[in-house]
Write a protein that binds this ligand. Structure first.
Ligand code: ADP
Length: 165
């Protein structure tokens, strides 16, 4: 039976850190579902469908041959999306102690909500560890060069988005 992992997040926009985690998850699971959170009340820089397209365009670098990566959307609890996708694991990336504290709380509570779902933490690679989507947005908004932090097509999409606004 194929083992599916759910990798949930905002991906606003997808960064090289996210790509790194998708790549690691592909080495561990038969199928990885990148689940894009769509939450009312939050105004993202990129609409959910745009984020999905940016993730899909990043996949050739992220996924090795033979792996399946899909993109999904969810607006409810992560555990509900995990059930819908038939996931056995929830993948989360860890950059630092702040991520660790927050992620341990979430893993604990998700574990109560859905005991069969195991949270798997993947360590950030040294080169992508400092990257956060929030800082990428801020740097791009102030006209900075984000090409070291995101795939090329994401840097181009940020330029287009911010020059249009
Ligand atoms: P961010 O935290 O950058 O705003 P998300 O909310 O989309 O991005 O994060 C989704 C998941 O990806 C979380 O588990 C987060 O810890 C992980 N992640 C984000 N950036 C990185 C990175 N540079 N390296 C490893 N994991 C990361």
């Amino acid at each position: 039976m194929a083992r599916t992992a759910l990798y949930p997040g905002s991906f606003d926009p997808p960064t090289l850190g996210h790509v790194d985690i998708i790549r690691s998850a592909c080495n561990l699971f038969d199928e990885v579902v990148v689940a894009i959170g769509v939450h009312l009340g939050k105004t993202p820089l990129f609409e959910a469908e745009e984020r999905a397209e940016l993730v899909r365009m990043s996949l050739p670098t992220a996924a090795g041959s033979g792996n399946t990566v899909r993109v999904s959307f969810f607006s409810d609890l992560v555990v509900e999306e995990a059930k819908r996708q038939g996931a056995v694991a929830l993948v989360r990336g860890l950059r630092d102690a702040t991520d660790f504290d927050y992620e341990m709380q979430m893993a604990g509570m998700n574990g109560v909500l859905m005991p069969d779902l195991t949270t798997v933490f993947l360590p950030a690679s040294p080169s992508t560890r400092p990257i956060t989507a929030t800082l990428v947005r801020q740097i791009a908004k102030m006209g900075g060069d984000v090409s070291s932090f995101v795939p090329e097509h994401v840097a181009a999409a940020l330029k287009r988005r911010l020059s249009a606004s």
